[in-house]
Design a protein around this ligand. Structure first.
Ligand code: TPP
Length: 629
């Protein structure tokens, strides 16, 4: 008999299929279900996840993999009193659906709708806000220590994927937790995938753990634990049995955890029984479960990467390739440039912290496998690794999202900039990112980059300029960042590899009274506004070094200077212009347009930009308001 998910995929979907799920608005109701009903619930939940993600877009593969886990956790643990922290949180849709947000899934990641990640403000069941990876063990440990300090008996659980587990922060937390006497359970959700195939020694280790001798030993051990040993007996003999039987001891035991597993994370009965037993154990516990990305939906099982974060699609047909090739994104412009530049510059090496697809590096990774490094979810390491390459006269390019470079900031200052090493940062997702929301916006990079000595900071206004800036960065011989936005690139990228004059802006339109200084992608709306206002408009290109000569000239020849950037006003490129005016001793009325001093949440990027006045009308309106004063 076909599962509900298969029926959905066969277009046999009928809404009655969610009958049981519709009765669950709170995990307490789930806890009252019997075994047969729980199995039915899992089936409905999986189909519901597919149905709703197909309608809204969002994360799919990872969520199809956590259906049984979410049910088992809410069945066994007294949520929200017991704390569950989901790492990254992109796999929490089943959890959201089971905790009162089933109907809200219709507006997932939309303006005013629920977030695609856990949010403390959204639900008591979202115990910790996540989205950047590898924070769950630290946070859950903090909660476990707090529970102990306050004499509260609650349990704390971190759920972390094998990709997220590879990051330094996860190991810092393991190192800390394993030596502590607290009730903490870490569940490793091992689906043998990050977004792309995972990399590194830990991955190899986990693969060995799942196959070969250790797997069979471990499986026998957990079967034994489940079937033969009573709960209290288990508690008493955990040390000997669990540790003893899974020898040779696992890495996680060396960290001071009780290692249990691996068990099948789609086997609901085993999951519930195992968690029920573990819940009674004291001290740091580590449960290794094995799941499959895309479980139950054939297309996602076969291509978990394509279904990691799809846009809307028809479940019966799957993701369709657009008839005409879509306009290239800035990530693709970067990826094409990377291939061309690598062919011309043998010293070029490219690094990604686990974002090959998102950063547009698939083609490069195939063409230049020896000069391509996916270092795992390890932004700090990525930056310092690049510094090491640069010490040896290579020309590393770190492709990294603006929001994730926040993780590597000290490395950027201490390892790259102080030593003035020629590292290029290809900074993707600068500005608002849309559906992923506040955790992923690249709203702070101008501020955190322009304050670092030796660093050149550029922001292209279109595709061709993006290439030229990247070329400029690689040829510079000192650290440089090129910051570009998410989404379709403006204009044709071309194939040239020519550089720009450093620190030189360009005036794109001459007008009267008002001079608009635009940074990066804001040039387009700024030009439109300048047209309507008959203002002067300049493409500033460099946030650092700023074209001070042009700032001087434009300030002298206009009554009002306006800066526009898709970045926090505070500390951003406009602030740099104000600093330049102060240094030049020029007093001028300046209007600073950019993002306000608050976190901008998820939603359609164009609507979000318009809501903060960063479209042509908004710019024009703001300027007219100042002129009217
Ligand atoms: C610090 C950081 N870097 C990169 C990402 C982008 N990212 C989101 S999910 C993901 C893969 C996570 O893999 P895993 O933990 O195994 O979870 P799975 O999707 O396989 O369930 C990555 C790299 C992130 N969220 N945070």
């Amino acid at each position: 008999m076909a599962t509900l998910t298969e029926e959905l995929a066969d277009a046999d979907y009928n809404p009655a299929m969610f009958e049981l799920l519709k009765t669950i608005d709170d995990p307490a109701q789930l806890r009252a279900l019997d075994r047969r009903q729980l199995h039915r619930l899992a089936e409905e939940l999986r189909a519901f996840v597919l149905d709703s993600v197909a309608k809204t877009g969002g994360h799919l593969s990872s969520n199809l993999g956590t259906v049984e886990l979410a049910i088992a956790l809410h069945k066994v643990f007294e949520t929200p009193e017991d704390r569950i922290v989901w790492d990254v949180g992109h796999q929490t849709y089943p959890h959201k659906i089971l905790t009162g947000r089933r109907d809200a899934m219709a507006h997932l990641r939309m303006l005013g709708g629920i977030s695609g990640f856990p949010r403390r403000s959204e639900s008591a069941y979202d115990t910790f806000g996540t989205a950047h990876s590898s924070t769950s063990i630290s946070a859950a440990l903090g909660m476990a220590v707090a529970a102990k300090a306050k004499g509260e008996a609650r349990k704390c659980v971190a759920v972390i994927g094998d990709g997220a587990m590879s990051a330094g922060m996860a190991f810092e937390a393991m190192n800390n937790a394993g030596a502590m006497d607290v009730d903490l359970l870490v569940i490793l959700n091992d689906n043998e995938m990050s977004i792309s195939p995972p990399v590194g020694a830990l991955t190899n280790y986990l693969a060995r753990l799942l196959s070969g001798r250790m797997y069979s030993t471990a499986r026998r051990a957990s079967e034994h634990v489940l079937k033969r040993v009573g709960v209290w007996e288990l508690a008493r003999r955990t040390e000997e049995h669990v540790k003893g039987m899974v020898t040779p001891s696992t890495l996680f035991e060396e960290f001071g955890f009780n290692y249990i597993g691996p068990i099948d994370g789609h086997d609901l009965d085993t999951l519930i029984a195992t968690l029920t037993n573990i819940r009674k154990l004291k001290g740091p516990q580590f449960l290794h479960i094995v799941t499959r990305k895309g479980q139950g939906y054939k297309l996602a099982e076969e291509d978990p990467i394509a279904y990691h974060g799809p846009s809307k699609f028809d479940p019966a047909e799957g993701i369709k390739q657009p008839a005409a090739p879509a306009k290239p994104t800035y990530s693709q412009v970067f990826g094409d440039w990377l291939c061309d530049m690598a062919a011309a510059e043998p010293r070029l090496m490219a690094i990604t912290p686990a974002m090959r697809e998102g950063s547009g590096m698939v083609k490069y990774s195939e063409l230049f496998p020896g000069r391509y490094f996916d270092v795992g979810i390890a932004e700090q390491h990525a930056v310092t690794f690049a510094a090491g390459l640069a010490c040896e006269d290579l020309r590393p390019v770190v492709a990294i999202y603006s929001t994730f470079l926040q993780r590597g900031y000290d490395q950027l200052i201490h390892d790259v900039a102080i030593q003035n090493l020629p590292v290029t940062l290809a900074l993707d997702r600068g500005g608002l990112v849309g559906g992923d929301g506040a955790t992923h916006n690249g709203a702070f990079d101008f501020a955190y980059l322009r304050t670092v000595p030796n660093l050149t900071v550029m922001a292209p206004a279109d595709a061709a300029e993006c290439r030229r800036m990247l070329t400029t960065a690689v040829r510079l011989g000192s650290p440089a960042a090129v910051r570009y936005p998410r989404g379709a690139a403006l204009g044709e990228a071309g194939s040239a590899l020519d550089a720009l004059e450093v620190g030189r802006a360009e005036v794109r339109r001459r007008g009267r009274r008002v001079a608009i200084l635009a940074f990066g992608a804001m040039l387009k709306p700024a030009l439109e506004a300048a047209e309507a206002l008959d203002a002067t408009a300049a493409n500033m290109r460099f946030v650092k070094p700023l074209d001070r000569e042009l700032v001087r000239e434009l300030a002298a020849g206009h009554e009002l200077v306006v800066t526009v950037e898709e970045h926090q006003v505070m500390g951003g490129a406009g602030s740099a212009v104000c600093e330049a005016l102060a240094e030049l001793g020029l007093q001028k009325r300046v209007l600073l347009l950019g993002l306000p001093d608050r976190f901008i949440d998820h939603g359609d990027p164009a609507k979000l930009l318009s809501s903060v006045g960063l479209d042509a009308e908004g710019i024009e309106r703001a300027v007219r308001a100042v002129i009217a004063e």
